[in-house]
Design a protein around this ligand. Sequence first.
Ligand code: KIV
Length: 271
Amino acid sequence: MSTHKEIKRVTTHVLHEMKRRGEKIAMLTAYDYSMARIFDAAKIDVILVGDSASNVMAGHETTLPITLDQMIYHASSVIRAIKRALVVVDLPFGTYQGNSRRALDSAIRIMKESGAHAVKLEGGEEVKESVIRILSAGIPVMGHLGLTPQSIYKFGTYQVRAKEEAEAERLVRDALMLQEIGCFAIVLEKIPAALATRVSGMLDIPTIGIGAGGGTDGQVLVSHDLLGITKDFSPRFLRRYLNLYDDIKDAVERYIRDVRERDFPNEKEQY
Ligand code: KIV
């Protein structure tokens, strides 16, 4: 029997317990107050203030341009809406790589200025020192392995990662290392389902998959994709629950027509 609806406040401990009980974790991105309020009311477990805000909110081609100040702005808006969900915030590109002191400062700014509950950062061995330093300040860290969009110019494509044995074994080592140093969960993005299932079975901490099959402990999607606001992005792993792009466009076209035809406002819609 599921106990999801009885959870008053999702914490990292609750996620750990959910994995232990075999309950799946549902995570979605959100970047603003109004959307976060709806997701929280629907009882989403985790809200990720993802650096995908760079794409879907700001219209950049990659996640690289978004700044720490912009992430803090999005995160504070989300936090004001939340009563139940755990809120995790992405450390943006350039705020943690290669400098653990800077990583700690960035994570502290996010926690202090937005009120978020945890941070997420991309990478394995290469960000180990940064993760250790952030954890030493008592800040929960979610890892992110597989396709790591902040390294897009290194990979060159957004295709499935870790199909080759060497990369798969490195991912397994990184996942074990992130658990060992104290991460509370790991996102596995766009890797073969069999590998994600294997990693999830090896770890005590939960894995949250995106394009990684059904064997992970939870799933995450970018909310604009699930809601069909992004129209031209259709990877195999995406399930669209709405077609809001078309619905919103249709509503706006009807509004424009009503204004132009002097149908809006009518007598009842005025003082
Ligand atoms: O920024 C983001 O939305 C993410 C998810 C794709 C996991 O990192």
